[in-house]
Write a new protein. Structure first.
Length: 228
């Protein structure tokens, strides 16, 4: 049981933006995907969630081919994609945001247990929350949907590193519930610390795939991976 990309190529416009990527995300593990801006990381996530369709290769989830499924159908089968930019519904309260994805009151309670800071803000419009609190709402809403696999794209965007560091242990907690997490991040050193597997993508190609500890322990290897 896992989410598997097999030799996936994604094209936009005149040619491929990412080529021949193979990756497996297992339940309960965090896979960190890093690389320079414009390397194709977001396009890869979008191919996984169904925003765009791969031009070649296949995607399977728990041994079922989902390559041609719509984004909505992928979501219904347990694939949640948290995109860049804190996609909240600003006029809705925190509770109303969570009700959009939760199947039951228990799902909301489970999500809030990960983010106790939100308990006192449940009836506040999310537009009034800080950036860090809004990101918590986005993550809580995704978790309330009871995903099997969670795709997180640059959740640190616009946040101070100290706020992002507060969120990382929560990502680990989510994984510990059995959710497979694919984390795309600009703060490579921080994101790699919670990963069980890692991949570096440079100019649309995989320049490293393996033990995240090797990247953390070898600055030169990480630099060369970023350089491609």
């Amino acid at each position: 049981m896992s989410l598997v990309l097999n030799d996936v190529t994604v094209s936009r416009g005149v040619g491929p933006v990412i080529s021949n990527v193979s990756l497996e995300i297992k339940p309960g593990e965090v896979v960190t995907l890093v690389g320079p801006n414009g390397a194709g990381k977001t396009s890869l996530l979008e191919s996984l969630s169904g925003v765009i369709r791969p031009s070649s290769g296949s995607i399977t989830m728990d041994d079922v081919d989902i390559t041609k499924l719509s984004r909505r159908k992928r979501s219904r089968t347990g694939l949640q994609h948290v995109e860049q930019g804190r996609m909240i519904f600003p006029s809705l309260t925190v509770l109303e945001n969570l009700r959009l994805t939760a199947h039951s009151k228990a799902d909301i309670e489970a999500a809030i247990s990960l983010f106790p800071e939100l308990e006192k803000r449940m009836n506040s419009a999310t537009v009034l929350l800080s950036g860090g609190e809004q990101q918590m709402v986005v993550l809580a809403r995704a978790f309330a949907a009871k995903p099997k696999y969670l795709l997180l794209d640059e959740m640190s965007l616009g946040l101070a590193p100290v706020v992002f560091m507060r969120l990382l242990p929560i990502i680990q907690q989510i994984a510990q519930t059995g959710v497979g997490v694919l984390l795309v991040e600009q703060f490579a050193h921080l994101a790699l610390k919670i990963a069980s597997d890692s991949m570096v993508i440079t100019s649309g190609h995989v320049s490293y795939h393996g033990d995240p500890k090797k990247l953390l322990d070898n600055e030169e290897l990480l630099r060369k991976s970023y350089m491609g």
